[in-house]
Each structure stands twice: as structure tokens, then as C-alpha cells.
Ligand binder design. Structure first.
Ligand SMILES: [Zn+2]
Length: 725
């Protein structure tokens, strides 16, 4: 099970949620070779002209912190001039001079924004953070100036009104409709007075969400656990201890040990640390992030954000922010989302409580005189797992060496399904030495894309895992995609191999699913490239790709002992499979806790929003009301470190389980049709992965699967079917 952030969120996180034309993935895809001779292509700023490198790969060796600001400023000026020229064109509005002209505008801004926000997520520094805070409200204001320009909207409306008689192809017609929807949702039909109010709200929201993410990164680094004595780390492997020692050295704490925090509530070390006090310290540090006072407290920001979003929704004519967001998703309504979550919560919590009974038995048997707490769960779960399945998760790691996982697992599965091949390129400039770049080829040898692999954790990298596009595919511009995958795998000590956990391996497959969606994109307009689909659909292809992680033919190919080359023993694999439903009560409950919190925060009116002091009480009440207030299983993210919902996934965290319905259904389809075959891969690519947002998402799903989505496979996978049936 994996819940991760994608580019849509990453860009929107930085640009502010209500920036439909610039913020969404693919919206910002106006990347191209310059067709405007007026750009000073000789200037030293590496963004002013399209990168001359293959695939317009970013010139990381030439990009410096001080290049971003002038590029943003010129990018906004150029974009504004282009937009005004479209809006003030004396000719009657046509598809070409209005809609396509919009698609062609803002290329410099897109170019710099894609690199800047990617670097802000993966390789940030003080200068980038400062500029991010400065640019967020400016970019939000820039987008507003465009979408709230009434002359421009009148032209879009005029093309929209004639769309059925213009002889447009299906994608072009959809583009017209998409632009009109984007503009209306962004407030194009408001009065001038309300537009002024909206602009102020958007600008403030953009600043607040930037502040939230910057606080969170600093808070998470500051909350790392410092351990004085090696004995306290009993239970961790020697490699893991060596890594904590390295982490201490990096912080000038030689001789001590540092356990950095991951972005989720649960922390990987909790599964093996024997010292209960230390486990409790780690769990408390994790849970308290952003809500215990100090410089990086996020409570006041959360309070302001949810109130402003509620006010903005009201201004736009919606009962609350969730209603506004969901209208544009495949879910459609608040009611549909609440129904699915309410259907899943009771059986999930019941399963978690049953799992707690097994855990408590182990604690009691060992003479522990305590009730299982959140800090104990992972540790004793591993003991139960060993007892029930004779499986120690650590036994798997030697079989998951990172290069094998990538090239003989992730790539191998893609070659089997789609015929594509990969060749590492050493001639392109990288932003850090441990990043790798591969050129991806079609079966016939034609170049398809560049793929950037950035798997290691760093203190200047956002938590979690995500995919993003440095260059998006578009036939309009003739561009091929440059896609990156980001994970947070702890880096081993110098000279040691990188041995991944099963969950990290699964994440690599997941993120590569997003990459395939970006690389196979075969659309005309950048607005529809790759992953520019509804948020509650975007996780679906990536979740489907997870199915190949444990697919026997794939696993056999990559899961080999890093020292001996021996394949993963069948017995061990069988145990992994047998234990797949294990601990699903916990996993589903912690996920639903976060998803329900997200909805609670965004289904309120402005009057119902608490002040900063009331944030934690609101959170507690929301969990109680939804029936997921079970202390041993806290939400996967608490409000003050839930970066998904303060950025681009607001009211959208439900999307992972929503799209898992489609995922589970599609996995059944693959199994029924023979699994890992070229025929199946081609069908998935043809009907769905290549289509981006150029067609209604649910139509694409039906074209692929031949039917309506069916919830049963999901319920079975997570053990949520009613007992006795
Ligand atoms: Zn994802």
C-alpha cells in the first residue's frame, strides 16, 4: 500500500491551489522550442531560451540560484504581454487565435517554474526557500490577472459557444471546454468587487501554503531524534546503526546517533527498536510536529488556510471547499466521497482492533505490563508477523539491491509489457552526483523520453515519493517528455550497497507508473499531457504498476541476493504473499484517518473554522465523529504535518482509495488476460496511458477494462468484506 504525492500536488503546493491554468500538472506544460525570435537567446540566463540539450533537458550545470528570479520576472512579463495580445486582439475570437494561443503562451514562465519547483522539492537551499516565499503570492497574482481578465474570458466564451460548429477534432473541442471550465472555476464570472476579494485570498493562501511546507521541512529536521548510546539502538541492524551514526556526523554530533524523521506519523525504526522509551520518544516527536509551539508551529497557518478556503468557496458559490474541489473530480460530490469513506471506516477499525488483540497477546506473553500504544504497534506487529508467517521483513532486504530493483525489476517489467528499453546517459548535467538519467526507447529504437532517477533521502528533500515532468509531451510543440521519480531511500554508508525494504521497492514501481503515464503521453495540447487527469484518477495507473512488484516472472529477475546472487527463496516469497493482507486493518485505518481529517477540514463553513488554539481539538472531534479515533492507530498524517492537504491535495487525499477501486479492478483484468504480456501492455498504453487528459477519465477507464468499476476486488484485497460472506 502506498500513498504518495505527484506532480500535480507538487506544483500546486508551490503555486497555490486556485491557479488552474498554471498550477495543475500539464497546465504548466507549455514547454517548447522557442518560435519567438524576440527572446534574447544569447543571454547567459539558462532559462531565457529553451535548453539546447537533448529533449530540452534542464541545463543543471548552468543554472544558479540567482538565475531563477530574473527568469520568473521576465517570464511573467512575457506571459502577461502574450495574454493581453490575445485578450485585445481586434479580430473575432477563433480557436486558433484564442485557445491555441493560450496554450502557446507563457513558455519561459513554465520553463523556469518546472525546474524551480522541482528543485525546491528535491534539492532546496536557503536562497530557493526565500525566493519560493517571495514568488508564491506573485505567481498567484499573475495567474489571477489572466483568469480574471474579462475580455479574455469573453473570447473563450465566444469560442465555447460555437464549439460544435467549428469542425474541431475531439481533443480540440475538449480543450475549449476545459479552458472555459478552468476560468469559471477560477472566478471569471464574478463581479469586479468579488474578483478583487478573490485575488487577495489567493495571494494569501499561496503565501500560507509555502510557509506551511517550509516550516514542516525545518520542523522535521529539528525533530530528529538524538541518541547518546549505541545500546539504546538495540534491535536495529548494523547497517541502520551505521546510517544513524553518519547522520549524526552530518549534524556535527560525532559519537552520537541521529534518527531522522520521515514525513508520515509512523517511523521505520519503530518496527525494530527494542527500547520502549526510545520508541515513545520517536512517536511523540513525530506526532507533535508543527503543534508544540516554537518557530515552526503550523496551527495558526492551518486555521487561516481552512477559513480562507471556506470563504473563497462561498464567494465562488459553493457550500464549502470540498464541494468546490470535488465537482471537478471523477467523484463529483461531497456525498459520493463521504459514502465511500463511511463504508470503509467501520470494518477497517474493527480489523485494526482485532490486530491489536494479537499484538496484546505477545506483549502479555513477554510479561509487558502495558497496553499497546501507537509507539508499540510496528514493533509487536513484526513479532506477530514472525509468529504467524515466520517472516522477518529484514530478511528480504539483501534481495532488494537498488540497481537490481531499478534495472532488472522496474525496467524489466516495462520492457515485457511495452517493449521499451533503457540506456543510461552519462553526458547530461545532473544536480547531484547520485542522480541517474536514462534514455527510453520504443521497441523499434525510436527515442521516447528521458527518465531521471533520484531515489536517495536528503535533509533538503521533501518527504515521501513523487514523480514530476521537467518537460511535458506535446505534439503542438513537438516535445518529448523528461520525467523524474523521487523516493526517500536512506543512503547507506560509503561503499555499502543500497538494500531496499519491500515497501520501498513497491514505491519504486508505483512512481514508475506515474512516469509511464508521462512518457507514453501522446496528445496534441500540453494542457492534456500525461498525468493532467483528475486527482482522484491520477493515482490509478501508478497503483496498477505496483502489481508487477511481486509478479513471479519479474521478482525472479530482480530479487537476487546482493552477495551470492541467489534468487529470493520461494518459501520466503510464499510467506510474503501469505502475509499480504496482514496488518491491513492498521494500514486502512491510518489512511482513512488522514482522508477523513482532510474532508472534515474542508467540509466546513468559515464560521465553523477554529482558531489556532482550537486546531487540535477540531482534529480530535473529527476523528471521533468519523469513528476512527483509535489511539493505537493515529492518522497517517496529523493536520499540522499533512502537507498533501495544505498544498495541492486539499479535499483530495481520499483519491488514493478512490482510484484503488479502479486499480484493484484493473489488476483483475490483467490477471484474467494473461498478466505480463505485450498485448496487455499495448492495450493499457493505447486506451489509457497515452491519452492523458484528452478524454473523460472514466471513459478511458471503460475503454481499457470494458466495463464499470467494481468495488469488490478492493474490499477483498484489504480484507474489508463483511465477515461470513
Ligand atoms: Zn502516486
Amino acid at each position: 500500500m502506498t500513498y504518495r504525492l505527484t506532480l500535480t500536488a507538487a506544483l500546486a503546493l508551490s503555486l497555490g491551489a486556485a491557479s488552474p491554468v498554471l498550477a495543475a500538472d500539464g497546465d504548466a506544460a507549455k514547454e517548447a522550442k522557442s518560435d519567438s525570435g524576440k527572446l534574447e537567446t544569447k543571454t547567459v540566463n539558462p532559462f531565457f531560451a529553451p535548453s539546447p540539450l537533448p529533449f530540452h533537458f534542464p541545463q543543471f550545470d548552468k543554472i544558479h540560484n540567482e538565475d531563477y528570479k530574473p527568469a520568473f520576472e521576465k517570464g511573467m512579463r512575457d506571459s502577461e504581454a502574450e495574454i493581453l495580445a490575445i485578450a485585445n486582439n481586434p479580430e473575432p475570437a477563433t480557436f486558433e487565435n484564442t485557445i491555441v494561443a493560450m496554450e502557446r503562451s507563457g513558455q519561459l514562465l513554465t520553463r523556469v517554474a518546472r525546474v524551480f519547483f522541482s528543485q525546491a522539492g528535491t534539492n532546496t537551499n536557503d536562497a530557493i526557500q526565500k525566493l519560493q516565499a517571495e514568488m508564491a503570492p506573485k505567481l498567484s497574482a499573475h495567474t489571477d490577472k489572466m483568469v480574471l481578465n474579462s475580455k479574455l474570458f469573453a473570447r473563450i466564451q465566444a469560442v465555447y459557444d460555437q464549439r460544435d460548429t467549428l469542425g474541431l477534432d475531439a481533443e480540440s473541442k475538449r480543450l475549449v471546454e476545459r479552458y472555459r471550465t478552468d476560468f469559471v472555476r477560477a472566478g471569471a464570472q464574478l463581479s469586479d468587487a468579488d474578483k478583487t476579494k478573490l485575488k487577495a485570498m489567493n495571494s494569501e493562501l499561496a503565501s500560507l501554503s509555502t510557509q506551511f511546507s517550509q516550516n514542516l521541512l525545518k520542523e522535521t529536521n529539528a525533530s530528529a531524534i538524538v541518541v547518546d548510546k549505541r545500546e539504546q539502538l538495540a534491535g536495529l541492524s548494523d547497517d541502520a546503526i551505521a546510517a544513524t551514526s553518519e547522520a549524526a556526523k552530518k549534524r556535527d554530533l560525532d559519537g552520537k546517533f541521529v534518527i531522522p524523521l520521515m514525513n508520515t506519523t509512523g517511523q521505520p525504526s519503530l518496527a525494530s527498536l527494542k527500547d520502549r522509551d526510545l520508541r515513545e520518544r520517536i512517536m511523540q516527536a513525530s506526532l507533535n510536529r508543527g503543534s508544540h509551539g516554537g518557530d515552526f508551529d503550523n496551527r495558526a497557518i492551518v486555521a487561516s488556510v481552512v477559513k480562507l478556503r471556506a470563504e473563497r468557496a462561498a464567494l465562488l458559490g459553493y457550500p464549502n471547499h470540498a464541494a468546490y474541489v470535488l465537482e471537478d473530480e471523477t467523484a463529483g460530490t461531497v456525498g459520493a466521497v463521504n459514502k465511500l469513506l463511511a463504508q470503509l471506516a467501520p470494518p477497517a477499525v474493527a480489523n485494526a482492533r482485532a490486530e491489536a488483540v494479537d499484538i496484546q497477546k505477545v506483549i502479555d506473553k513477554e510479561g509487558g505490563k502495558f497496553k499497546v500504544s501507537a509507539a508499540d504497534w510496528a514493533y509487536y506487529t513484526e513479532k506477530v508477523r514472525k509468529e504467524k508467517y515466520d517472516l522477518d521483513a529484514e530478511q528480504l532486504r539483501p534481495y532488494f539491491e537498488m540497481n537490481n530493483v531499478l534495472e532488472k525489476g522496474v525496467f524489466f517489467a516495462a520492457t515485457k509489457l511495452y517493449g521499451i528499453t533503457f540506456k543510461e546517459r552519462k553526458d547530461l548535467p545532473l544536480y547531484l552526483p547520485d542522480i541517474r538519467v536514462f534514455e527510453v526507447f520504443e521497441e523499434n529504437g525510436d527515442p521516447l523520453a528521458l527518465f531521471i532517477v533520484d531515489y536517495y533521502a536528503r535533509s533538503n528533500k521533501r518527504g515521501g515519493a513523487w514523480a514530476n515532468a521537467y518537460v511535458a509531451q506535446s505534439k503542438l510543440f513537438g516535445t518529448k517528455p523528461v520525467i523524474a521519480n523521487h523516493l526517500n531511500v536512506p543512503k547507506p554508508p560509503e561503499g555499502e550497497p543500497t538494500l531496499m525494504t519491500y515497501d520501498e521497492v513497491n514505491t519504486a514501481f508505483h512512481e514508475f507508473g506515474h512516469a509511464l503515464h508521462g512518457m507514453f503521453s501522446n496528445v496534441t495540447y500540453p494542457r492534456f499531457a500525461g498525468t493532467s487527469v483528475p486527482r482522484d484518477f491520477v493515482e490509478y495507473p501508478s497503483q496498477v504498476n505496483e502489481m508487477w512488484t511481486a509478479w513471479p516472472e519479474v521478482l525472479k529477475n530482480y530479487a537476487k541476493h546482493y552477495k551470492t546472487g541467489e534468487p529470493l527463496p520461494k518459501a520466503l516469497l510464499d510467506k510474503v504473499k501469505a502475509s499480504e493482507k496482514f496488518n491491513q486493518g492498521f494500514a486502512t485505518t491510518e489512511y482513512l484517518g488522514a482522508a477523513l481529517l482532510d474532508q472534515a477540514w474542508h467540509q466546513i463553513t468559515a464560521d465553523q473554522a477554529p482558531d489556532a488554539d482550537g486546531v487540535l481539538a477540531f482534529e480530535a472531534a473529527a476523528l471521533k465523529k468519523a469513528g476512527v479515533d483509535y489511539a493505537p492507530v493515529p492518522p497517517r498524517y496529523r493536520t499540522t504535518y499533512f502537507s498533501h492537504i495544505m498544498g495541492g491535495y486539499s479535499a483530495g487525499y481520499y483519491a488514493y482509495i478512490w482510484s484503488e477501486v479502479l486499480d484493484a479492478d484493473s489488476v483483475e483484468w490483467f490477471k484474467k488476460n494473461g498478466g505480463l504480456t505485450r498485448k496487455n501492455g499495448d492495450h493499457f498504453r493505447e486506451t489509457l496511458l497515452s491519452r492523458g487528459g484528452s478524454e473523460d477519465a472514466m471513459v478511458l477507464f471503460r475503454n481499457f477494462s470494458g466495463g464499470e468499476p467494481y468495488v469488490q476486488p478492493l474490499l477483498e484485497r484489504r480484507g474489508l468484506t463483511p465477515k461470513g460472506k
